[in-house]
Structures are given as C-alpha cells and as structure tokens.
Design a protein around this ligand. Structure first.
Ligand SMILES: [Zn+2]
Length: 449
C-alpha cells in the first residue's frame, strides 16, 4: 500500500517469503521523471504527462535496466541457492549436524533452520550490496555503508528469530500430518499473515525514526484533515506519522500499514515539505483509498485463497521432487512416511514454494496494480474541491515521484506486467491527466460530488 513501491500483495508475499524463504525478494523497483519548468505545449504534440529532462532520462533508462535484470537475477539466484543446498547434500549434512547439537528435537530444528536462513541470507548479500551500490551511484540512496550494514544485520536478526520459529512450526506440521500437511500449512499461514501485518508497524522503528506528522508539519496536518473529512475516514492525527527517510534516500513515498490498532498512514520526510502540500494531499488521498476500499483485508483474503491452491500444488511438486531426487540428495525422513518430513526434505518444500512465488509474481503484481490504480482514482477524487486543480496536482505528484526514483518514462509492457506492483508512472500520470469526471456535471466513482 505504498504510493511508490511495494504493494500490499507484494508485501504479503514478501512477508510470506520472508517467513518461508527469506531471500527471494524483489530488489527495489523504480521509474522516471518530470520537466518541472517546461513551457505549456503547443496544440499539435501534447507533452507526455510524465517526462524527464534529458540527463535524468538517460539515467532512468540505464537504472531501470539494471533493476529489471536484478529483479529476475535475484529471484533465480534465490532458487539456485536452495537447489545447490539440496543437490550438494549440504542440506542433508546440515540436518545431521543439527541432530548432534542437542538431544531435544525442537532445539535441533531451531539450529537447523537458523543455519539455513543464515546461509541463504549471506548468499544474497552480494546482490543486496550491488543494488545499494547502484542506488548510491545514481543518487537515490544517500545511506552510508555502515548504516546499510547495520540495517542488513538487523534484518538478518529478525529473519533468524521469526523465520526459524515459523519454519520450525511448518516442519512440525509436515511431520504431524504427512499426508494432508499442506492444509495444515495453509491454516497456520493465514493468521501468521494477519499477525505479520499487525506487527509490521511495531517493527518499523527498528530501521527508521518516526515522529508524529503534526510535530513539524502542523499546517500540512490541518490540510490533510480536510481530506479526512471529505473521505469520512477515521484517521486522527495521532495515526499520521512522519518517517525520517531522508537520512537514507532521496526517494519519495508514503504508505499505509498495520491493521486494527496498528493501522496508520506514514509520510516520508522526503515527501512532506519537499513536494507541495497539494501533492502530499493527493498522495494522502491515495493512501486513504487503500484504507477506505479495504485493500489490506482484500489482499489478505486474496492471498488466503491463492495460498490454498499454491500449497496444494507445491505439496504435489515437492513430493515429485523428493521421489525423484530424494535418494540422491540423502533427504531421509522415510520413517515419517515422506522424505519431506525430514529437515533436509523440508527444504525441498521451501524450494517448491519459492518457485511458486516466482512464477506467481506477475499474478500478484496484476492484482496489486489494480488496487493501486483504484487508489489513484480515489486519491484524485478525494482532493476534488479541496485543491485548485486535482488533475494537475496528481500529474505533478507523479512527475515528482518519477524523478525522485528515476522511473523509466516508457517501460516495456511486458516488464510492467511481470515486475511492477504499481502501474508505471507513465500510465499513472496519463490517467491522472485525462481523469476529470466532473467536467460535465458528473461525479467520480467514489464520491457523490
Ligand atoms: Zn498505493
């Protein structure tokens, strides 16, 4: 539910993968930007709604190529690492080693899964490093290497603590119900998904500083309360936060996160104060749209339905892999009735789920883009009657967004389909420029006037 990157579904999947196969994540996603001082176009060739000055355009194209490649490479590398752990029998060796560390099964399990998570995390570090290196060289990241390493260490710590526990639980479910375990995994995943969304905002301060938005942006909060009144949302100022992103990035963003008691709207300090208040109101309207249109619960429901089938299919795929390669990979676990019940065998299941995550990425992104588009429509309608010109406000906001992240103004439709969890900035700006349902006395989709 961010304005810029990371959609909810992607978030859910990321959380899930963070639990299940922590390192198969997307590298950051980006796009291109605006020519703030361009004169109004002549009638013949209207200016595209989103454009970049020449120097930034070249950078945006180069950077988006790197990002697109890193997206795919990161996913495939994550899969390759798991496959290598299995095929070199390192997973089996790790299982045997873990059994010697303690007489207690659950301690053996924790040791095994922590080691597995550590190995996969370390294996992805070169890619993380490269992504950060590129973001720094293109001026998007301003984070020093010490701070970056600190974030990596914290994220690894969280992964080890929570990931090991989740994998231990999942492995136990497989052993307990070797035939119908996929259903057990599904039953366990849904509350974990809800829980992870609930605690997300509570963990966020580990990485970034937050303060009440009203602290330094009281005027902005007053403006935002007009949007709150128009949208009928119950978002009191104490649910509005400013995130100190500027110590790490030049990118713009805002997002909604949490659920129930932890639900909140967060605006980055690279956004509030740096782009005009009207545009922040539009961004806030977009985020409010995610609230009002219940995108978080809908995403959870969608994930739950999808995972039912994903787990079922993965169980079949993993069983086939285990039958075919089990002896060669020395998976063991036959006393439980399925090689997947052993710890090394369980890694086969993680591999199957990771493959599904990769293959289904375009599906989850398609849903995400739909929700993001709805939120864009909602945002533009939410500021109607509050800002002078909602169309231009939205177009300008997208141009600021695209420039800050160096978003490609003309991405390939295939790349957009596969990798983008938001519509491209080009498509968002084009839509905003055209969208004026009030023109002939009409009204929008979400408001009566
Ligand atoms: Zn959004």
């Amino acid at each position: 539910m961010t304005f810029a990157r990371c959609s909810l579904l992607a978030l859910c999947f990321t959380i899930l993968l963070a639990c299940v196969a922590p390192r198969i994540m997307n590298v950051p996603r980006v796009h291109a930007q605006p020519a703030a001082t361009q004169p109004a176009p002549a009638a013949a060739n209207p200016q595209p709604a989103y454009s970049l000055p020449a120097d930034k355009l070249a950078k945006a194209i180069a950077l988006s190529r790197i990002r697109n490649i890193m997206d795919i490479v990161g996913s495939l590398w994550g899969l390759a690492v798991i496959w290598l752990l299995l095929s070199t029998r390192a997973a089996a060796g790790l299982g045997a080693w873990a059994e010697r560390t303690s007489a207690r099964r659950w301690i053996q399990g924790l040791v095994f899964f922590a080691a597995y998570l550590l190995i996969t995390a370390l294996a992805s570090m070169p890619l993380d490093w490269f992504t950060q290196h590129e973001d720094r060289s293109y001026g998007i990241s301003v984070q020093g290497w010490g701070s970056w390493l600190g974030d990596e260490a914290k994220s690894l710590g969280l992964t080890l603590v929570f990931g090991s526990l989740v994998l231990l639980l999942f492995n136990w479910i497989v052993r307990r119900w070797p035939r119908r375990y996929w259903f057990g995994l599904w039953v366990a995943t849904v509350p974990l998904l809800v829980l992870s969304i609930f605690v997300g905002p509570l963990l966020a301060p580990i990485f970034n500083k937050f303060e009440p938005l009203s602290k330094d942006h009281a005027t902005l909060v007053t403006e935002l309360e007009k949007v709150v009144a128009r949208t009928g949302t119950n978002i009191p100022p104490d649910r509005m936060f400013l995130m100190k992103a500027s110590v790490k990035t030049n990118g713009l963003n805002a997002y909604v996160s949490g659920i129930g008691a932890t639900k909140r709207i967060v605006v980055w300090d690279t956004t509030a104060g740096r782009v005009p208040d009207d545009e922040v109101m539009f961004i806030f309207g977009h985020e409010s749209g995610h609230y009002v249109l219940h995108h978080i619960p809908k995403m959870i429901a969608g994930m739950a339905i999808a995972l039912f089938f994903v787990y079922w299919a993965c169980a079949g795929f993993a069983a086939w892999l285990a039958r075919r390669y089990g002896p060669r990979w020395k998976l063991g676990g036959l006393e439980e009735g399925t090689p997947l019940a052993s710890r090394a065998g369980f890694i086969v299941l993680l591999f199957a789920i990771s493959v599904a995550g990769f293959v289904l990425e375009p599906v989850s992104n398609t849903f995400s883009r739909h929700f993001e588009h709805q939120a864009d429509v909602y945002g533009q309608e939410a500021i109607h009657g509050i800002v002078a010109d909602p169309q231009n406000t939205a177009v300008s906001a997208f141009n600021h967004l695209g420039e800050a992240w160096l978003e490609d103004p003309d991405p390939s439709p295939f790349i957009e389909f596969w990798e983008y969890n938001h519509p491209s900035v080009e498509n968002r700006a084009n839509f905003a420029q055209r969208y004026n349902p009030w023109a002939n006395g009409g009204h929008g989709q979400f408001f009566d006037k």
